[in-house]
Ligand binder design. Sequence first.
Ligand SMILES: [Zn+2]
Length: 413
Amino acid sequence: MDLINETRLWSTINDLAAITIEDQPWTRRSFTAKYNEGREWLMKQMRESGLEVEVDEGSNVIGRLIGTEPNLPSIVIGSHTDTVPNGGRFDGIAGVLAGLEIVRALKENNIPVKHTIEVVDFTAEEPSEYGLSTVGSRAWSGNLTEEMLSYTNSEGQSLGDAISYAGGKPNDIKNCEKDKGSIALYLELHIEQGPVLLRKNANLGVVTGIVGIQRYKISVDGLPNHSGTTPMDMRNDALTAASEMTLALESVANGKFDQPVVGTVGVFNNFPNASNVVPGRVEFIVEIRSISEEAIDAVADEFLSKVYVIASKRDVKVETENVSRSGAIVISDKIKQLLIESCSSITDKVIQLPSGAGHDANQMSLLAPVGMVFIPCKDGRSHCPEEWAEKEDLYLGAKALLNAVLAFSKQEQ
Ligand SMILES: [Zn+2]
């Protein structure tokens, strides 16, 4: 039976995407008037679909379809409606609106589900102007601290004020914290934001885990000197040393590990950065991601040991500092199996892959079993105006999630 209405899902996605800053498509930054406008539109859709609508203390928008056994923990289907600047038409809203389509389909076909289903638009998933991402899902998991609420934007307004502006109650933020066990399952549909599904000619991807991330700041000190008068064999060039270190990261991350690893130098600052001076200092940031923490540690260890060898060979000083570390999330075999079955029942083009980007599912994994399904995006591109997903893939993704909800609710006694 075809429950998901492909045309309706597609048009709701287009309608919400169209709520954008006009001269900067497709932008709906968190805590702006456009963001609130988009969420008003979403709440109207939820109300018209017969859902109970709530904006909680963390300014998360929740649409609830009450289950036939309302005392059971709920099934949450969520994502976000904020975008990055010039961001895309699908990142985030595909997941929220697939959730809306799923509850619409259940309601209009009178299909009873034991669990209450909550469709959630989590507040500010993307890095906000307040220096914090996954704000709303943090409020649920208890990871939104007083200190974070006092973070300010460039105009000096606090994140707490921004949450109030979006309809939340920052002073009572603890009230929306969820108990472990109060959510039976969290599901999120998202565009892949990478090229793997396309390259493998797949329609759906079952996410095996979300990568952990370690970042290191590397400072290399050589000796700044006149570029004309310092012979090549009498230099302590910080930039050539840092360049060799960058190449070392590439070669180490290219090695064989139990899971794929990526290593990137995305920030690279050269001092004094003058055409007639041998570089005296370079600071760069190394980022390593994988769903295997062992693989991340192995790459970090091998890279750091090479850094010291290169520094001593080139007679420069080096300092290394671990600046951040976030753990990987592994999706349980049970949820992976549930999603593989629900995806495979509608298409044979299903693969498994890790998520290289963080999502609201990161915070939700602290509260409940989580599962994610990816759909392809054109040319693997995201966070840009060209971001594009096909109507058919969105339909398949929503259908896979609906199948998963029905199977899960049935098997949980
Ligand atoms: Zn997203």
